[in-house]
Design a protein around this ligand. Sequence first.
Ligand SMILES: *Cc1c(COP(=O)(O)O)cnc(C)c1O
Length: 375
Amino acid sequence: MTTRRALVRVNVAAIERNCARLRGELRGSTELCAVVKADGYGHGAVQSARAALAGGASWLAVACAREARELRDAGMGDARVLVMGALTAAELREALAANADVVVWRQRDVEAVAAAGGGRVHVKLDSGMGRLGTRDAAEAARVVAFVRYTAGVELAGLMTHFATADDLDDAGFFVHQLAVFTDWAREIKRDHPEILVHAANSAALLREERAHFDMARCGIAVYGMDPFGADPYQRGLEPALQLSSYVAEVKGLAVGESAGYGRRFVATRDTCLGVLPIGYGDGWRRGLSNNADVLVGGRRRPLVGTVSMDNITVDLGPDPTDEPLGKEAILIGVQDAERITAEEVASRLGTINYEVTCALTPRVPRSYHRDGEPT
Ligand SMILES: *Cc1c(COP(=O)(O)O)cnc(C)c1O
């Protein structure tokens, strides 16, 4: 095992299996769209997209034009790509030049697509998310009609996005949004059966079959993380990402001696500290100071002291049994019988698993394997 100061290893086979698992929830004709925005939730957009397509996804979705361009430049020529975010005029041109589908909800969005040379559009209803899309179902239907009359602009889909699909205690809001969208989309779909109706994210796919429509847009579950923040293994999802570092220095700490900025760890017994060259400059956030475990030699060791930009310290105990210097350390992932999930790190930070992997910075190299074999 070659050690690196900080390394993300992604198992593309896990992404494939997660996609197959998600596809298995869907009727045969329902498409799976793998969401690979934000560099594939930190996993690497291009490699994740390839694995997702191999695992049964037929569409890819991103947030912005540059992300669509990146997929095309990497040779993903024939996959359908949906850019889900708001676009400036320049970004719209870039998205269309990348042969991506875009999202519209106002007449002037449709005019902008026509002015940029035309393209495929998905009309978005804001059924309750309160972000992009139009709130008014009649207005959204007029936009659909306007698309039909605008030369060069093709109606490819109808969509919405759920605000509380991941919250089973949402006082009925998810079901309400689903009803609003279903009522709106039903009639339009009847007149235009060829268009793709889509609403579900990962949580909605796993939660409610009636939310599947013609396509589900899944991100978090593709990477084997749990959209509800629970243990992903319980839902048959397999985390694809491992974050590792190594023990670059070991030193004894006597009672009363401290480690790190601000002396936020002071030894209360003689102990051994391991220094791992990874820090918030790599995306291992400062909020994990005195607030995380790391696996070394198959055992959980507490992160002690302040997370600095480039280093953390872990308490290896008074007499670490075998020589820890040089040993691999797992910050997210499995080692022997122990595992640390992104969900565990998220709960320590009071955030969600999405943010944990998205936070990993470009300074951390990404490497890819297929169940341990080189890709
Ligand atoms: C990010 C995003 C998704 C994917 O959500 P997950 O919870 O990661 O599955 C789907 N739809 C839209 C509009 C999004 O922005």
